[in-house]
Design a protein around this ligand. Structure first.
Ligand code: COS
Length: 387
């Protein structure tokens, strides 16, 4: 077993680290304070080639493997989860779906626009009444001349207010349950019925764009149906195989950020005439953070390696997502404890980590859903199907 990164991976990681520290991090607190979705920063991220990192070069991507993509996402996640979310949604949920399920024309048309950042995309699966039970789509698509009319609503959609292209999942035939769902590539410009609204009052990710979207007779032409009608649920699940990996990698970044901030603070801060890092109870907190960070990173590497070698990886991705997100929530909480009262204000990054991290055990599948996926893989029993 070889744990070493290649020279290229090492270089890409150092470049991402420098970019995260010099460009992303300095803007993060102010954007969070002002609840500002920083499109200039998104442009800079695009210019780095991070949107569509795993998309082949022929479609305008960087043609990187999943391990390298994970390294980039970790570094950006360490600097700012709001900007990491942009990469995860655009690259993993939108681009990877089009790459896997789109036809030639759809790939040629949309991937270069998305990889360059000229367009943003969003992933419209969750609805006001449809979260974990993703197969139970209330949004309806009805066949009309030349295409489909879509009616319904989507909720918690990252990038929804800025998206030029929306992947909208909708039920075409409720009797077929998950096998009736279609995936529609909806161009938002000029669609009066596509009505996004910013969601206010979030606990964290204040620098991220999060929308609820009304869909009122939105038109999608036949050529923009992705895959076959009925394959929508599989498309969504395979997108989440990539999305959950990206969230996990971002959470390794939060864990690492918590370790770095806590080591720095505890070695500088003095109480009882000595640095608080010299107290055993503080070192115990640092040590546990470090162990969880390393373990989370290893699980992300394993999931990435399985993806890069073309092996099944849904369960291992869920394991990585579950562990890394819970570890990051734990580390952020513990990092505030190390910082004491100083950790309770936004002068130190740990306050933002704490607020931003909380959503990661919820979105792209709750920790409970990840456990059900892992439990089913172990037992062969689907705990969601009533016996
Ligand atoms: N890739 C491709 N296809 C997949 C898949 C995957 N990772 N996982 C499941 N499928 C397919 C199955 O093969 C099955 O296909 P058939 O119709 O041919 O039998 C179909 O999808 C149904 O799968 P499954 O039986 O696993 O569905 P369940 O309803 O039992 O469970 C869960 C689905 C709960 C795992 C799923 O609904 C889920 O992940 N929910 C959480 C949703 C979520 O993460 N939402 C957050 C979105 S934020 S972007």
């Amino acid at each position: 077993m070889d744990f070493a990164l290649s020279d290229e991976q090492d270089l890409i990681r150092s470049t991402a680290r420098q970019f995260a520290d010099e460009v992303i991090r300095p803007a993060a607190d102010e954007n969070a304070r002002k609840s500002h979705f920083d499109t200039d920063l998104v442009r800079k991220i695009a210019d780095q080639g991070y949107l569509g990192a795993i998309v082949p070069r022929e479609y305008g991507g960087a043609g990187l493997d999943y391990i390298t993509y994970g390294l980039i996402v970790e570094e950006i996640g360490r600097a700012d989860s709001a900007m990491r979310t942009v990469i995860s949604v655009q690259t993993s949920l939108v681009c990877s779906s089009i790459l896997k399920w789109g036809n030639d024309a759809q790939k040629q048309k949309y991937l270069p626009l998305l990889c360059s950042g000229e367009w943003l995309g969003c992933f419209g699966l969750t609805e006001p009444d449809t979260g974990s039970d993703a197969a139970n789509q209330r949004t309806r698509a009805t066949k009309v001349d030349g295409g489909w009319r879509i009616n319904g609503a989507k909720m918690w959609i990252s990038l929804g207010n800025h998206a030029n292209l929306a992947l909208i999942f909708a039920q075409t035939d409720p009797e077929k349950k998950h096998r009736g769902i279609g995936c529609f590539l909806v161009e938002t410009e000029g669609q009066d019925g596509f009505q996004p609204q910013e969601i206010h009052g979030k606990m964290g990710l204040h620098g991220s764009d999060t929308a609820q979207i009304g869909l009122d007779d939105v038109f999608c032409p036949d050529e923009n149906v992705m895959g076959e009608i009925g394959e929508g649920f599989k498309i969504a699940m395979s997108a989440l195989d990539s999305g959950r990996y990206s969230v996990a990698a971002g959470c390794v970044g939060i864990c690492q950020g918590c370790v770095d901030a806590s080591v720095k603070y505890s070695t500088e801060r003095k109480q009882f005439d000595r640095p608080i890092a010299s107290f055993q109870l503080v070192q115990a907190m640092l040590a546990e953070m470090k162990v969880k960070t390393d373990a989370a990173r290893m699980l992300v590497f394993r999931a990435g390696w399985l993806k890069d070698t073309g092996q099944p990886n849904t369960t291992e991705t869920s394991i990585a997502k579950y562990f890394a997100t819970e570890a990051a929530v734990w580390c952020a909480n513990e990092a505030i404890q190390v910082h004491g009262g100083s950790g309770y204000a936004d002068d130190f990054p740990v306050e933002r980590y704490f607020r931003d991290v909380r959503v990661t055990t919820l979105y792209e599948g709750t920790s409970q859903i990840q456990k059900l996926i892992i439990g089913r893989a172990l037992t062969g029993i689907n705990a969601l199907v009533p016996s």
